[in-house]
Design a protein around this ligand. Structure first.
Ligand SMILES: [Zn+2]
Length: 147
């Protein structure tokens, strides 16, 4: 069931890309289909895109990660291949409770990528590793100090 929903979602993202190419924007049809699947997070995701809050970071060797500035100005790191976001909502709603397919940040990344609305930035391989590992390590250390 989850697999087939994921298939539908991927199909929708391709349609977003096509609509952008053909019409220059999302059609009402696609918007209502997206809303049917994602509900409220879709509006938040579109808002993040309007605010140009999504940055695509690419290394010279072609590794890609995305950074999303969340509603409270917190920076989240997202991966589009394999779907991952560092926000608490992704951990609880998607991974633990399995209530939804993706958080608003990850949805925003998928849509921004399909719409060509990402800001592009090049980073070094070292920076990539730091983004992938260091953020959470730093947070854990900070938490330990307060225990
Ligand atoms: Zn998230």
């Amino acid at each position: 069931m989850a697999l087939s929903l994921r298939h539908v979602v991927d199909q929708l993202f391709s349609e977003v890309r096509l609509a952008k190419e053909e019409h220059g924007h999302l059609t009402d049809e696609i918007l209502s289909a997206l809303h049917f699947v994602f509900h409220q997070p879709l509006l938040h995701a579109l808002d993040l895109i309007d605010r140009k809050n999504i940055t695509k970071l690419t290394t010279p060797s072609g590794r890609v990660l995305y950074q999303v500035v969340g509603s409270s100005n917190t920076l989240y790191t997202c991966l589009i291949s394999g779907d991952y976001c560092t926000c608490p909502s992704y951990t609880f709603t998607v991974l633990v409770k399995m209530e939804s397919l993706m958080c608003k940040h990850l949805l925003a990344v998928h849509l921004a990528e399909a719409l060509g609305e990402c800001k592009n930035q090049t980073i070094t391989n070292e920076d990539f590793v730091a983004h992938m590992c260091y953020d959470s390590v730093v947070d854990n250390n900070r938490n330990d100090e307060h225990l």
